[in-house]
Design a protein around this ligand. Structure first.
Ligand code: NAI
Length: 477
């Protein structure tokens, strides 16, 4: 049997782009992406897609209506599919056992139950969502306990390694594809069938096959390692700010060692996104359940340093502005968790904005891609008060209007367009003294200082005109 029809349950940041690329590269396969969220599916079928991802529009427009379909009819898509990707969200649990750490598998479980209910023939069920190790066993238990005569299942683990902002490129030119399955004849056959899909554009040498548990754990491990590098360089950025070492120079010096490598060594206000924190918390929880407290504590530290970095950066803003931001207007440039995406999940900007609001500041926010409604929703959730946010937060269509008459600029996202702004013009329109806090190390601090700004860049001692001793704290500038 070759795969003729694929169903993907979950039309989010993973399901949408992944299956669009599969449809592009496998024109003979019918790919149907389904979701219970009607609005999201409506947007996938409209001109303006529900997510912003460079290159995605082109792929979707090329395949949609030919061999790529978006639908809310989950049952029919399951029924006709040979292979089903589960790409639903697996957030951190918010209540009960493992609250705040364990992955909540309620959406995965409900999908497994629906598949068991609807399936009338053989199905290969593929975990695309990031799940705890051994999740495939739970899915299999549900499927087999509800198995109808004449139906058989194979469960594969095929974690997704795409990175938002570069998803299409990551999918087209994947470093590797990982497929885990049972070490039985049927399991190996199922692996071969999924390999066949990817082999349409990925060389076989880049398709790694493992047992199911290695594959599941590798996804958590990959995210833990990536986040660990960010926390490692961020921890050193604090040392740099106090000693005069420059974190960019340190990163370059260590990154040219081929054993270390130069990627993921950019110091910043902290990592965000829907995955790193959630997946590490999940790993920590698994280690605790396995009675491995030292391993759990080791990985927990990656998250603790990230929290420390966000709070350290925000405290620097407040201390520099004479230790009070009450009723000061501060401009936040960038609200997405990284450039080239409109996604704000776990964005450090939310933490920064919330803390400044708690301190009584008024905020002018601009982001090139995040919807205004999303910013209001995030801040309302963070502060717990819609009225307070409405009263204190203003949103702007560009960086120039957002910075006018403000006391300080805080750069939270590394959007390219911020690098080339006319900062002389911006400076002229701001309150004096004018401050810039570069949480992404993207601006030319020397040039800004010459214009007259007080500049603070993560991982760098402040410039000549930079921050001086502040009330009650010792600043090394
Ligand atoms: P998302 O929240 O954007 O999309 C998930 C979708 O699943 C939602 O549209 C939701 O309505 C739908 N859904 C949930 N339950 C459903 C059900 N019973 N029936 C039909 N639809 C249902 O999530 P995202 O970001 O796409 O992530 C999905 C999974 O992939 C997660 O496990 C995540 O950890 C993992 N992942 C995410 C990456 C990312 O960059 N966002 C990268 C790699 C993995």
């Amino acid at each position: 049997m070759v795969i003729e029809k694929i169903c993907c349950i979950g039309a989010g940041y993973v399901g949408g782009p992944t299956c669009s690329v599969i449809a592009l590269k496998c024109p003979e396969v019918k790919v149907t992406v389904v979701d219970k969220n009607k609005e999201r599916i409506k947007q996938w079928n409209a001109d303006k897609l529900p997510i912003y991802e460079p290159g995605l529009d082109k792929v979707v427009k090329e395949c949609r209506g030919k061999n790529l379909f978006f639908s809310v009819d989950v049952e029919s898509a399951i029924e006709e599919a040979d292979l089903i990707f589960i790409s639903v969200n697996t957030p951190t649990k918010t209540c009960g056992n493992g609250k705040g750490r364990a992955a909540d598998l309620k959406y995965v479980e409900s999908v497994a139950r629906l598949i068991a209910d609807v399936a009338a023939g053989d199905k290969i069920v593929v975990e695309k969502s990031t799940v705890p190790v051994k999740a495939a066993e739970s899915i299999m238990n549900i499927l087999r306990a509800n198995q109808k005569p004449g139906v058989s299942y194979q469960i594969l683990s095929n974690p997704e390694f795409l990175s938002e902002g570069t998803a299409i490129d990551n999918l087209l030119n994947a470093d590797r594809v990982l497929i885990g399955g049972e070490e039985t004849k049927e399991g190996q056959l199922a692996i071969e069938k999924l390999c066949w899909i990817y082999e349409h554009w990925i060389p076989r040498s880049k398709i790694l096959t493992t047992n199911t548990w290695s594959s599941e754990l590798s996804k958590l491990a990959a995210n833990a390692f990536l986040a660990q590098r960010i926390s490692s360089i961020n921890s050193l950025s604090a040392v740099c700010e106090f000693t005069g070492a420059n974190v960019s120079e340190v990163a370059k010096a260590i990154g040219t060692d081929t054993r270390i490598g130069n990627k993921f060594l950019n110091a910043s206000v902290g990592f965000g996104g829907s995955c790193f924190q959630k997946d590490i918390l999940n790993l920590v929880y698994i280690c605790e359940c396995l009675n491995l407290p030292e391993v759990a504590a080791y990985w927990q530290q990656v998250i603790d340093i990230n929290e420390y970095q966000k709070s350290r950066f925000t405290s620097k803003v407040i201390e520099s502005l004479f230790n009070t931001v009450t009723d000061k207007r501060i401009s936040i440039l960038g609200f997405a968790f990284k450039k080239d995406t409109g996604d704000t999940r776990e964005s450090p900007a939310i933490y920064v904005a919330k803390t400044l609001l708690d301190e009584g500041a008024k905020l002018n926010i601009y982001d090139p891609k995040v919807e205004h409604a999303q910013i209001f929703e995030d801040l309302t959730y963070a502060t717990g008060s819609k009225e307070y946010v409405k009263e204190r937060v203003s949103l702007f269509p560009n960086a120039y209007s957002a910075t006018e008459k403000t006391h300080a600029i805080v750069v939270c996202t590394e959007w390219d367009e911020f690098i080339t702004l006319d900062f002389r013009k911006i400076y002229d329109g701001m309150m004096k003294p004018a401050y810039i806090f570069d949480g992404r190390m993207i601006l030319d601090d020397e040039k800004l200082s010459k214009i007259g700004f007080h500049v603070h860049t993560i991982g760098k001692r402040n410039m000549r005109r930079g921050l001086k001793r502040t009330w009650g704290t010792l600043d090394c500038a």
